[in-house]
Design a protein around this ligand. Structure first.
Ligand SMILES: Nc1nc2c(ncn2[C@@H]2O[C@H](COP(=O)(O)OP(=O)(O)OP(=O)(O)O)[C@@H](O)[C@H]2O)c(=O)[nH]1
Ligand SMILES: [Mg+2]
Length: 301
């Protein structure tokens, strides 16, 4: 069985003051390790982790760039994880995000890291979670922003990493809820109708307000102009204060980790079944048992 990789140990050099380079190296180790072989660090001080997700081109990167600006102007140190579930590491989308965020890379206390897809949905989500936890444990950040493009299950899994999920959408998506996967809409804590400089904003906001529950806020932004960004930040901060003061945070995080573990387990069982385990079984119950046993004995090897 493979050895567990200890995030705390990996981070030691960074903590000793070796800077971003040491952090980047540590992240690369985590990126190249199966996510379940990474030992989560003890978190001394939880760092608010905010996920931005939504359909391609909705303005997620532009909005995240604005959030970086707003947070760092308020004196916060910002860690950013940009995830592209479809493109390889050298792919255009990841580069594009880097370029769009580049203006903010030079800011002191801002660190941006891109992750590209590898393996299954669960693996990518777990890898992203490990990277986010690493940024948290590094002690170098006051807020962590995660951006991911809309891509079904991956998006749902990744959205689940964040303490608060912001669904970024645009006006006039028609019946927006149909365009955006129902599961994702359910995951959203805040819906942002971006590109509010375009027609149909009020109608789209109304549509979401009618469709979603009361605890989901529907806001609008014009990310290119920076409009609505401070309102979004206020909303996010109020949620964080509530999580911390009510003690809700711990339970929320545990729940989300369990959902992610379930996804990983499901994928593992599916992979075993696909490999033909259970084919020689004579009965359904025997097949189930063989598949589950195979899954239990082979995972993490
Ligand atoms: N008109 C208008 N355009 C915007 C606004 N926000 C972003 N854009 C533009 O929309 C395009 C896509 O923006 P991105 O920030 O790259 O969108 P994204 O959701 O990150 O895109 P992917 O990561 O490729 O899915 C860019 O050309 C932005 O300049 C806005 O508020 N109004
Ligand atoms: Mg983007």
């Amino acid at each position: 069985m493979s050895e567990l990789v200890d995030i705390g140990e990996l981070l030691a050099r960074h903590r000793e003051g070796k800077g971003w380079r040491a952090l980047a190296r540590a992240i690369t180790v985590v990126e190249n390790t199966p996510p379940w072989d990474v030992e989560s660090p003890d978190v001394e001080r939880p760092v608010y982790t905010i996920g931005f997700t939504g359909p391609p081109g909705a303005g997620k990167s532009t909005l995240v760039g604005r959030m970086i600006e707003a947070y760092s102007e308020a004196g916060a140190r910002v860690g950013v994880v940009a995830i592209d579930p479809s493109s390889p590491i050298s792919g255009g989308a990841v580069l594009g995000d880097r370029v769009r965020m580049e203006a903010h890379l030079e800011r002191e206390g801002v660190y941006v890291r891109s992750l590209a897809s590898r393996g299954s949905h669960g693996a990518l989500a777990s890898c992203a979670r490990n990277v986010a936890r690493m940024l948290e444990a590094s002690g170098s950040f006051d807020v962590i922003l995660i951006e991911t493009v809309g891509a079904g299950q991956t998006e749902v899994a990744i959205a689940g990493l964040a303490d608060t999920v912001v669904l970024v959408t645009v006006p006039g998506l028609g019946d927006a809820v149909q365009t955006i996967k129902a599961g994702l809409v359910e995951l959203a804590d805040i819906v942002v109708v971006n590109m509010a400089d375009r027609p149909g904003v009020a109608e789209t906001m109304r549509h979401f307000r009618l469709t979603l529950g009361h605890d989901v806020d529907v806001l609008k932004t014009t990310a290119i102009e920076g409009e609505g960004v401070s309102e979004l930040r206020q909303n996010l901060e109020a949620r964080w204060t509530r999580f911390v003061e009510s003690g809700e945070l711990v339970g929320r995080r545990r729940e989300k980790e369990l959902a992610e573990a379930t996804l990983v387990a499901e994928e593992w069982v599916r992979a075993c079944a696909k490999n033909g385990e259970g084919q020689s079984a004579h009965t359904m119950s025997e097949a189930v048992r063989v598949i589950l046993e195979e899954a239990a004995t082979t995972w993490r090897r």
